[in-house]
Design a protein around this ligand. Structure first.
Ligand code: ADP
Length: 189
C-alpha cells in the first residue's frame, strides 16, 4: 500500500494537492479537518466537542482524533493506499498512526511536506476565508493555528526525518509546479 502523509502548516496547500494526488494514484483521501467539519454539520457528539476547539484554532484532543481516524480507516480497507491530510498533528498521533498501520500490515510510505513561508500562509488563509466561509479562517484564529503548528506539529519534522520518511517539497509557485515536484518524490518511492 502507498500511504502518504501530506504534511504542512495551515494554508500550505495540503487539501489542494491531495485532490490531485488521489486522482493520479487512486488513493483514498482522509482529511481530518473535512471529517470534523462534517461531524459539526451533523451536530454529532464529536462535532459538538470539536467545534469549540476548531473555532479557537486549537487542536481537538488526540484521543478523539485517533478514534475517529481508526473508524475511517476501517471503513476503507480495500483501497490501494491512503493520503493522510491534517493527521498526524502531534507526536502521540504519529505513534498511533504507525501502530494502526502496522496492525493492518502496512506503514507510512512517505511524509510529503509542503514548505511555505509564513507570510504567504497568512495571505492564502485570509483569501480563502473570504470565499470558504470557514469560521477559523480569520486573522486571530489563523495566528493561533500557526502557533499551534509551530509548537505542537513541527516537532514531527525531526521525528520523520529520523525515520527517513521526510520529503520536503518547495510549496510556493503554481499548483501544477508543486504537484510535479510531489509526483517526482512519489515515483521515487
Ligand atoms: P488547516 O490545515 O488549514 O488548519 P484543517 O481542515 O486540516 O485545516 O483543520 C482545521 C482544524 O481542525 C484544526 O485547526 C484543528 O482544530 C482541527 N483538526 C484537524 N485535524 C486535526 C488533528 N489531526 N488533530 C487535532 N485537531 C485537528
Amino acid at each position: 500500500m502507498l500511504n502518504i502523509v501530506i504534511f504542512g502548516a495551515p494554508g500550505s496547500g495540503k487539501g489542494t494537492q491531495s485532490d490531485l494526488l488521489k486522482e493520479k494514484y487512486s488513493l483514498f483521501h482522509i482529511s481530518t479537518g473535512d471529517v470534523l467539519r462534517a461531524e459539526i454539520k451533523n451536530q454529532t457528539e464529536l462535532g459538538k466537542t470539536a467545534e469549540g476547539y476548531i473555532s479557537k484554532g486549537q487542536l481537538v484532543p488526540d484521543a478523539l482524533i485517533i478514534d475517529m481516524l481508526a473508524g475511517v480507516l476501517d471503513s476503507n480497507k480495500d483501497s490501494k493506499g491512503v493520503i493522510f491530510d491534517g493527521f498526524p498533528r502531534t507526536l502521540p498521533q504519529a505513534v498511533a498512526l504507525k501502530e494502526m498501520l502496522n496492525a493492518r500490515g502496512t506503514d507510512v510510505s512517505a511524509v510529503v511536506a509542503l514548505e511555505v513561508e509564513e507570510a504567504e500562509l497568512i495571505d492564502r488563509l485570509l483569501k480563502r476565508g473570504q470565499i470558504s466561509g470557514r469560521s477559523d479562517d480569520n486573522f486571530e484564529t489563523i495566528k493561533s493555528r500557526l502557533d499551534v503548528y509551530n509548537n505542537q506539529t513541527s516537532p514531527l519534522i525531526n521525528h520523520y526525518k529520523e525515520e527517513g520518511k521526510y520529503k520536503g517539497i518547495h510549496g510556493m509557485g503554481s499548483i501544477d509546479d508543486i504537484f510535479g515536484r510531489i509526483s517526482d518524490v512519489i515515483e521515487a518511492i
